[in-house]
Design a binder for this molecule. Structure first.
Ligand SMILES: Cc1ncc(COP(=O)(O)O)c(C=O)c1O
Length: 477
C-alpha cells in the first residue's frame, strides 16, 4: 500500500459518469478469472471486440431509410478502427466502406469488398491512391483544386475516367456560415461543377458534405443546398444520383442524462473556484477562468445526448423546410442518400482491458493507479474520455478506498494519464486486478495508438458471446 497521507477527500472526486454497458459487456465483467487469463495470455492492454453488435448497428441505422422511401445506405468509415474484422462484417452486411488512405483502400479491396461499394474520402490523396481507386472503379470524393490535376494525370495514365463526388463546405445555416476546412466553398459550387462537367475524364456521381459538429439541422440544411446543386446539374442535362452526408453520427457512452449535467456543472464550478478541482493538475478540460467567469467550451464528446444513432439520422431526414421534410426532397428526385458512420457503427462493439501494475503517489500526494498501457491505447480526440471504467477484483479481500484516484499509464512522461478525472473507485485496487474501459472500439482504441518502448501494438481478440470464446486474434500469432 502506498504510504503517504492522502490529500484527496470524498468530496473532490469527479461526479460519476456510469458507462453504458451492453449485455455481453455486463456478462464478461462478472468473469474476473476469464479476464485475468486473457490478459495473461495476450498481454495488457487487450482490445476485445464483439462483431454481433456491429451487425445490430447496421440494421438499426438502416431502419430509417425504407419507411421514408429512401435508397442508398452506409459506408463504414474504416478509419475509426484498424481491425479487418469490421471491414469483413461490412461486406457480410452488404454495406459499403469509406477508406481514407492507400493502405485502407488496398486492404478493403483485398478483403473482397466490391469497388462500387467503396468510397475514397482520403485527404492528401497521392498518385498511388488515386491510380488504385481509378483502376478499380471506386468513387473518389474530390476535396480541392489540386486533386483535379492529380485526377487528370491518373485517368490518362490508367486509361479510364474516374467516378467522382464533389465535397463542399461553408453551408449557410440560419445566417451563419458553418466552419470547415474540408471541401470546395459551396459559394463557388457552380464554377467547380462546370469544370467537372466540361471534362471527359470525370464522371460526376455525387455531392458530399462532412460536418464536424453534431448538429442535425446543419446537416439537413447542407443536404438541401446539395439538392439545389443536383437540380442545377439536371438543368444542364446531367443527372447526379446521390448525396453523401459523411459521418459524425452521435452515439451514447453513458445512459444517465442527469449524471452528464451534474458533471459539466461541477467542472465549471471547479474552474470558477466554487468547489475543489477533481481533475489532474487542475485541468479545465476546455474551460478556463477569466476573472470571476468561466470561458471556453467543454472539450468533451457529448457522451450523453438525446439523438443517438438512428434517432440522429431520423432527425436529419425529417427536418422540414417550407413544410417539406428533407426525405421527401430526396425521394421525389430519386436521389440516393449515404452516410459514412465510423463511431456509431462501432457502438457497443469493444472493450479494452488493462492490468493494474502499480499503486503510488505523485509529489502532490495524489493516489495513482498504474495500468499496463499508455494513453495512446485509449486516446480521445478531445481532452477526456467521459465514461467511468469498471474495476474488477481478481479475487480475495479488498480494502475500502476513502479517496479518489487517477488512472495512469506506463510511459515515461508526466502527461501519460489515462483519465484526467479523479475517480471514486469501489475499492483499493491490488496488483493484477483488471480495469475495463467500456465502448472503446470507435477511435479510442486504435486511432492514435502507437508502439512505445519497443513494445508491439496491443492485441485484439474477437469474442463470440454465444460460445463465450475467442474466435480470432489480431495480429495473428
Ligand atoms: C469524410 C468522413 N467521413 C466519415 C467520417 C467518420 O465520422 P464518424 O466516425 O464520426 O462517424 C469522417 C471522420 O472524420 C470523415 O472525415
Amino acid at each position: 500500500m502506498p504510504s503517504n497521507a492522502p490529500t484527496g477527500t470524498h468530496t473532490d472526486t469527479a461526479p460519476p459518469l456510469t458507462a453504458k454497458l451492453s449485455p455481453w459487456m455486463s456478462e464478461l465483467s462478472k468473469q474476473p478469472q476469464l479476464l485475468k487469463q486473457w490478459l495473461e495470455t495476450h498481454g495488457s492492454p487487450l482490445h476485445v471486440v464483439n462483431g454481433e453488435e456491429f451487425r445490430r448497428n447496421v440494421h438499426d441505422l438502416l431502419s430509417v431509410f425504407k419507411p421514408r422511401g429512401l435508397t442508398g445506405g452506409l459506408y463504414f468509415a474504416r478509419k475509426a478502427n484498424k481491425l479487418p474484422w469490421f471491414v469483413k462484417l461490412a461486406l457480410e452486411e452488404g454495406i459499403g466502406v469509406d477508406t481514407a488512405s492507400l493502405d485502407e483502400l488496398r486492404e478493403t479491396l483485398a478483403l473482397g469488398v466490391a469497388p462500387d461499394k467503396i468510397v475514397v474520402t482520403a485527404l492528401g490523396k497521392d498518385r498511388a491512391l488515386v491510380d488504385t481507386a481509378v483502376s478499380a472503379g471506386c468513387l473518389l470524393i474530390i476535396d480541392n483544386e489540386d486533386e483535379f490535376a492529380l485526377l487528370r494525370e491518373s485517368t490518362s495514365a490508367v486509361g479510364k475516367p474516374a467516378r467522382v463526388g464533389l465535397r463542399f463546405a461553408g453551408y449557410v445555416v440560419s445566417g451563419r456560415k458553418v466552419f470547415s476546412r474540408f471541401g470546395f466553398p459551396v459559394s463557388n459550387a457552380h464554377e467547380v461543377i462546370a469544370k467537372v462537367l466540361e471534362s471527359t475524364w470525370l464522371k460526376l456521381e455525387c455531392f458530399h458534405a462532412h460536418l464536424d459538429r453534431y448538429d442535425t439541422v446543419e446537416r439537413a440544411t447542407a443536404a438541401r443546398q446539395l439538392i439545389a446543386l443536383v437540380d442545377h446539374c439536371a438543368e444542364r442535362n446531367t443527372r447526379v444520383g446521390a448525396i453523401d452526408l459523411g459521418g459524425g453520427i452521435l452515439m451514447r457512452y453513458i445512459e444517465d442524462q442527469s449524471q452528464w449535467k451534474t458533471f459539466v456543472t461541477a467542472l465549471t464550478d471547479s474552474v470558477q473556484g466554487k468547489r475543489p478541482f477533481f481533475t489532474y493538475r487542475h485541468d479545465g478540460l476546455g474551460y478556463h477562468r477569466a476573472g470571476d467567469t468561466v470561458v471556453g467550451t467543454a472539450d468533451l464528446y457529448p457522451v450523453w445526448n438525446g439523438v443517438s444513432k438512428e434517432r440522429f439520422l431520423a432527425a436529419i431526414l425529417d427536418y422540414e423546410e417550407s413544410g417539406s421534410p428533407l426525405f421527401k426532397e430526396l425521394s421525389s428526385r430519386g436521389l440516393k442518400l449515404y452516410f459514412e458512420p465510423g463511431r456509431a457503427l462501432l457502438d457497443n462493439t469493444g472493450l479494452t482491458l488493462a492490468k493494474v501494475v502499480f499503486r503510488k503517489r505523485d509529489t502532490d500526494g495524489n493516489l495513482l493507479i498504474g495500468v499496463g498501457m499508455n494513453r495512446t491505447n485509449l486516446r480521445p480526440f478531445r481532452a477526456e474520455f467521459c465514461s467511468d471504467p469498471l474495476l474488477i477484483s481478481s479475487g480475495g479481500e479488498r480494502a475500502a478506498l476513502n479517496e479518489g484516484a487517477y488512472i495512469v499509464g506506463c510511459l515515461c512522461g508526466e502527461a501519460d494519464v489515462i483519465y484526467k478525472r479523479k475517480l471514486r473507485l469501489p475499492f483499493m485496487p491490488e496488483m493484477g486486478d483488471t480495469v475495463v474501459f467500456v465502448n472503446s472500439a470507435g477511435y479510442l482504441a486504435h486511432h492514435m495508438e502507437i508502439g512505445t518502448h519497443g513494445n508491439p501494438l496491443p492485441r485484439n481478440v474477437l469474442f463470440e458471446p454465444s460460445s463465450q470464446t475467442i474466435k480470432a486474434v489480431f495480429p495473428e500469432q
